[in-house]
Design a protein around this ligand. Structure first.
Ligand code: GRG
Length: 308
């Protein structure tokens, strides 16, 4: 079932191609990541092979794309944003490697391939996640600063999103919520931290790399927050409506683990409406960019309509 949303600019002949944007930015991000990471043969080779295995397993590169699109919306140079786009992807991939571990979600497949611990063993998978997280900060620390955003501010932004008040807080609440009845309000708390925080950080860092104004940063924050929440609602819907083959990870895991999700609490129809409302709110915050946020707008719609 499709849901109705109204884009800011619905002219039929838009020259912007999201497919091309995603393809070219994925290539640029992959090339940059390849340059930032030690070669697979660098001693100890096992850890570098394990880091690269998950990083280049075929992720959608949504967070880097959001980061680069936010830089463009603020009139910045995407090349300046590229290291930050790579840093958020390293944090994201680390979180997936750890999330898949037997002590967490215990999954065998991710990004259409065997999970890191299934290939390299649990010890190396833990270390590969640790190394990817550390790599993210090494990349961010090498980045340049901007008049409004110092080095320290950039690194703090990433640390806050990845830390125990955001990404890890969300994962803790998620783990502790398994098998329990939780309120929609608490579910929102989990989604804000587990998912929305890193997506929001991605667009904020893109804006910062363009030396964005405080008003632009506020608009990006509102956009990232709402897109991040919509992303997780859609993820929960896909978990119950798609196959494992399509998702590249085990489908139906939320129900099996008795996890609280929007479909479980409010049903599929209402969940789709909520995701559309959140996307609509994200669109509204883009008005501030006066037509320069076409890539961000197209990404938000793509994330709402995605099927994997
Ligand atoms: C610190 C031990 C420790 C673990 C951290 C925070 C955390 C583990 C895990 C959170 C991981 C998680 C499942 C977050 C939810 C966000 C989400 C739906 C991720 C999937 O993102 P996609 O669809 O994935 O963008 P690809 O593979 O395309 O990059």
């Amino acid at each position: 079932m499709s849901v109705a949303i109204k884009r800011l600019d619905s002219r039929p002949h838009r020259p912007f191609s999201l497919r091309e944007f995603l393809a070219t930015r994925t290539t640029a991000v992959n090339r940059a990541l390849d340059g930032f990471l030690p070669a697979a043969t660098t001693k100890p080779a096992t850890i570098h092979r394990a880091m690269r295995y998950s990083l280049f397993a075929g992720g959608k590169r949504i967070r880097p794309a959001l980061c680069l699109a936010a830089a463009a919306a603020c009139g910045g140079n995407e090349t300046d944003a590229l290291p930050l786009a790579c840093a958020v992807e390293c944090v994201h991939t680390y979180s997936l490697v750890h999330d898949d571990l037997p002590a967490m979600d215990d999954d065998d497949y991710r990004r259409g391939k065997l999970t890191n611990h299934k290939v390299f063993g649990e010890g190396i998978a833990v270390l590969a996640g640790d190394a990817l997280l550390t790599q993210a900060f090494e990349i961010a620390a090498k980045c340049k600063s901007w008049p409004r955003y110092s080095h320290q501010r950039i690194v703090l932004e990433l640390a806050h999103a990845a830390g125990s008040l955001q990404l890890i807080a969300g994962q803790v609440a998620d783990l502790e919520g398994e098998g329990k009845q939780i309120s929609a309000q608490h579910l929102r708390y989990i989604h804000e931290r587990k998912t929305s925080a890193l997506l929001c950080c991605s667009v904020r860092l893109g804006g910062m790399s363009a030396n964005c104004t405080p008003a632009q940063l506020k608009a990006l924050t509102d956009f990232g927050y709402n897109v991040g929440l919509a992303f997780q609602v859609i993820d929960d819907i896909l978990d119950v409506t798609q196959t494992s083959e399509k998702l590249g990870k085990t489908a139906g895991k939320d129900t099996k683990a008795q996890k609280a999700t929007y479909p479980a609490i409010v049903g599929l129809h209402r969940s789709r409406q909520i995701a559309a409302q959140l996307t609509q709110r994200a669109f509204s915050s883009l008005k501030a960019f006066k037509g320069k946020a076409v890539a961000l707008e197209a990404l938000a719609e793509f994330l709402l309509r995605r099927d994997r």
